[in-house]
Design a binder for this molecule. Sequence first.
Ligand SMILES: NC(=O)c1ccc[n+]([C@@H]2O[C@H](COP(=O)([O-])OP(=O)(O)OC[C@H]3O[C@@H](n4cnc5c(N)ncnc54)[C@H](OP(=O)(O)O)[C@@H]3O)[C@@H](O)[C@H]2O)c1
Length: 268
Amino acid sequence: MESSKLERRPAAFVTGASSGTGREASLALAKAGYDVALLGRRPAALEDVAADIRGAAGEARTICLRTDVTDPANVARSVAAFLEWSGGRVEVLLNAAGIPGPLGAAIGDIAVEDFDAVVSTNLRGPFLTMTHLLPVMYRQGGGRVVNIGGNHGLRGRAGRSTYSLSKWGLRGLTRSAALEAGPHGVTVNYVAPGAIAVDRMRLRWKAQAAEEGVSEQVVIERYVAQMGIALGRPNEPADVVAMIMFLVGEGGRNITGQELVIDGGVIV
Ligand SMILES: NC(=O)c1ccc[n+]([C@@H]2O[C@H](COP(=O)([O-])OP(=O)(O)OC[C@H]3O[C@@H](n4cnc5c(N)ncnc54)[C@H](OP(=O)(O)O)[C@@H]3O)[C@@H](O)[C@H]2O)c1
């Protein structure tokens, strides 16, 4: 965002920075001029991302904050450490941490512990980070929040009820927060990807291909057909990162409370 008006590099706070889309977005933010706080539960994975950032954007500062986003005390400690590091400011909050929960389990077969884990990570996590960082953005008179939801927050899907409901809930949180934050010059948006070919998904497709004795491409093509992806391919992380960078940049300054669907044409 308008970094030219700042006397220092803008600061971004990224949950789920240790892998997948959060990792790629952290790299993109660093290359775009941000100092980046990297949050996740796996310190070694966070340090890997910090090393990649040093290699790709040497001038970017990073801080690795081992954090479980479901734990209010842990989030509060990490926010305090972040604000001390950033000089009390935050320009971007990216909530990328998320878990899919049980795959293919129907209601009746889902343990309440799994329900709680999915809701705590995908919904309580963004609520907690926004609870701490929106007031900081309000005091600054600006800031950008991007919540990574999913196209399952705009549709139902058998066997994915907990994931879907958590992403629907995140839409409600995003829209309401956008209305509260607008008068303070803060935008809050929801990015709704369909499948993203992150390592976790690639491993799943690879395992399925090995089990069936077919190529990974066959598994991906079947997945594309099952999901009804008009453009015929899942997202690469870069597809989602491009939208995030648009929303935090100049083009996003008058966009708030929106769901930006990036799914190759499933929700049409
Ligand atoms: N991949 C897809 O097909 C897809 C599609 C639509 C939406 N999404 C959404 O996109 C976002 C990123 O997912 P991804 O698939 O790109 O990445 P991913 O590789 O699945 O990574 C998930 C990230 O979330 C973090 N995380 C999970 N639970 C956490 C917790 N309790 N506390 C802190 N961090 C936690 C993980 O870090 P640690 O393990 O280090 O804690 C990791 O960095 C998620 O919100 C996901 O729901 C993904």
